[in-house]
Design a protein around this ligand. Structure first.
Ligand SMILES: NC(=O)c1ccc[n+]([C@@H]2O[C@H](COP(=O)([O-])OP(=O)(O)OC[C@H]3O[C@@H](n4cnc5c(N)ncnc54)[C@H](O)[C@@H]3O)[C@@H](O)[C@H]2O)c1
Length: 373
């Protein structure tokens, strides 16, 4: 089969959906790989590296799309890319379908076989393909580095002849994949780390990383899929009281709380920020899905009474060379599952829970239960 890789055009995006490593793997599996020239630049992968791995480089994205049986993407296609897709073509990427339902309908209309990798069930078998985990992990790491850089003071305790510097206090809100990596990174940097979440398992994970749990665990807060449910008004109030009090003493706050398919829960309010120490820094990793922090703005840095609120967009792209490497591997593992070809063409095993979980559209229809009707 022919696998196509485009340069990502949705700003800000430096990642790419293949690496020399995965190109080699596709070639060994008997596929042809077509890469748009310059696709790897943002991830520090030269065209020559793709070529040396066995890819054919093409100048024109239209030519890549026209030839590809399978199109690999990081982000969902732009309008102009939608126009290039063709009937029967497989499209694999982070298509963000909950926020873009009309685009799901457009894939069906075009007859595209679209897979949204964010929808992979979080099972053990799916781990090697789990793009949410591979990217969130890096986002959590980088978020801490950026928040610490904005904080300007030093983070670890330093005992010097000129006196002792006390360690910075870091509070992580939401301890999923990104939050746990944020905790681990902040600990490595020598911060005193506390964290909160609402799932019972998260409490143990926070403590196993050597951080202190702050907050309360509402009953049945974890759903069957392993995600958190939205809190009731009463639970929110209880959480807000604990968070408000705790924030007063914090230097750096990284928020990562998400509820899949919904806007991110609002956890830090302007009133809480008003009670924080001047010079402290908050970073809202959920800023693009509505934000955990009141006043955070996507792509902007906001100052409120001497407190800095960072709202960086697309954190994984800020570590694109690493993020692309892992994302490309996730995709290669997923394709090994999907791209079985027989005399009839590509056979898609819709009995497989990983395929059924991610397949949005096929044969001109929306086939994913969450997007029908
Ligand atoms: N088995 C596997 O292979 C596997 C792989 C990856 C993740 N997981 C699990 O999937 C689940 C989701 O992880 P994720 O990082 O994608 O989550 P996510 O990005 O959806 O959410 C991030 C965190 O925010 C928390 N959160 C939501 N609402 C909150 C609130 N009001 N207050 C405080 N915290 C709140 C969630 O509980 C979660 O821990 C976790 O249970 C994780 O362990 C399993």
């Amino acid at each position: 089969m022919k696998i196509g890789v485009l340069k990502e055009r949705r700003e800000p995006e430096d990642r790419v959906a293949a690496s020399p490593d995965t190109v080699k793997r596709y070639r060994a599996e008997g596929h042809e790989v077509l890469v748009e020239r310059g696709a790897g630049t943002g991830s520090m992968i030269a065209d020559e590296a793709f070529e040396a791995a066995g890819a054919t480089l093409l100048e024109d994205p239209g030519a890549v799309c026209a030839a590809a049986d399978i199109l690999l993407k990081v982000q969902r296609p732009l309008e102009e890319e939608m126009a290039m897709l063709r009937r029967g073509q497989l499209l694999v990427g982070m298509l963000d379908p909950y926020m873009n339902r009309e685009q799901v309908a457009a894939y069906a209309e075009k007859g595209v076989v679209a897979f949204a990798l964010e929808l992979l069930p979080r099972t053990t078998r799916a781990q090697a393909m789990d793009v949410l985990s591979s990217q969130a992990n890096l986002a959590g790491y980088r978020a801490v580095l950026e928040a610490m850089a904005a904080y300007r003071r030093v983070v670890p305790m330093m005992m010097t002849a000129a006196g002792t510097v006390t360690p910075a206090k870091v509070f992580v809100i939401g301890a999923g994949v990104a939050g746990l990596q944020a905790i681990a990174t902040a600990r490595r940097m020598g911060a005193v780390v506390t964290a909160t979440d609402v799932r019972p398992a998260a409490r143990q994970e926070i403590e196993s990383l050597g951080a202190k749990f702050v907050g309360f665990i509402p009953e049945d807060a974890a759903t069957e899929g392993g995600y958190a449910r939205p809190l009731t008004a009463e639970e929110q109030e209880k959480q807000a009281a604990i968070v408000a009090e705790h924030l007063r003493g914090q230097d750096i706050v990284v928020t990562t709380a998400q509820i899949p398919g919904r806007p991110a829960p609002r956890i830090v309010t302007a009133a809480m920020i008003a009670g924080m120490k001047p010079g402290s820094v908050l970073l809202d990793l959920a800023v693009e899905s509505g934000g955990n922090i009141e006043g955070s703005r996507p792509g902007e840095t906001v100052e409120e009474n001497g407190v800095t609120i960072l709202g960086p967009r697309n954190m994984p792209s800020r570590v694109a060379p690493t993020a692309s490497l892992l994302y490309a591997r996730n995709l290669a593992n997923f394709l090994a599952l999907v791209a079985q070809k027989d005399a009839e063409g590509v056979t898609i095993d819709t009995e497989d829970e990983l395929i059924r979980g991610t397949l949005l559209t096929r044969d001109g229809e929306i086939v994913h239960a969450n997007f029908q009707g």
